[in-house]
Design a protein around this ligand. Structure first.
Ligand SMILES: [Zn+2]
Ligand SMILES: [Zn+2]
Length: 192
């Protein structure tokens, strides 16, 4: 089974961390170790944009990855960006070990709406699997219902399902070297 380390960068919503942990355990069959927290990513703040560089956060996370962890997910409350985009929900090393997830734009309050914990946590689960999915070599999927579909906004994110399409599930199985338990329970022909 995969060993995934999970860390908050600074103060991060505890329920969101719990949701990320549970979906990694269920969706990927991973053993999740909580580590950290890391420092707030002040080193990554870009004064001109008023946002935080996800590339710098990724670089920092690579240096801090626990040596026993196959993958390392760092969660931040900060609004993150890469230079060519106005924002990103997260960033990951494709086929690598490290991923960053930002909660900032997953909250309805960011858009001037009232809070909705259920919807927020559902977004957290989808983006957790999406970013960690990238570290298993999965690229963006054309199936808009698949969690590996590209989301450039919350509308696309909310259309997605919380799981992998059959094509991505096959690639994921190959990368993991086993069938994740949630998927195994959905396979036809099982007796238990
Ligand atoms: Zn992506
Ligand atoms: Zn897919």
């Amino acid at each position: 089974m995969a060993l995934i380390a999970l860390a908050a960068a600074g103060v991060v919503d505890g329920e969101a961390l719990d949701a990320a942990e549970v979906c990694l355990a269920r969706g990927l069959g991973a053993t999740v170790h909580r580590v950290g927290p890391l420092d707030e990513p002040m080193y990554a703040f870009d004064c001109a944009r008023g946002q935080y560089s996800s590339t710098l956060m990724l670089r920092d996370a690579i240096a801090r990855r626990p040596t026993d962890a196959a993958k390392f997910l760092v969660v931040t409350e900060r609004d993150i960006f890469i230079p060519m985009l106005s924002f990103v929900f997260g960033q990951a090393q494709l086929g690598g070990a490290v991923a960053i997830l930002s909660l900032a734009r997953l909250r309805l309050e960011f858009y001037g709406l009232g809070p909705n914990r259920g919807l927020f946590l559902s977004r957290v689960r989808k983006e957790t699997l999406h970013e960690v999915g990238h570290t298993y070599g999965l690229t963006h999927c054309e199936d808009t219902g698949c969690t590996m579909a590209l989301s450039t906004g919350v509308r696309q994110l909310d259309v997605k399902g919380g799981g992998f399409c059959s094509g991505c599930a096959i690639l994921l199985r190959e990368a993991l070297g086993y069938v994740p338990p949630e998927e195994a329970s959905n396979l036809p022909g099982g007796t238990t």
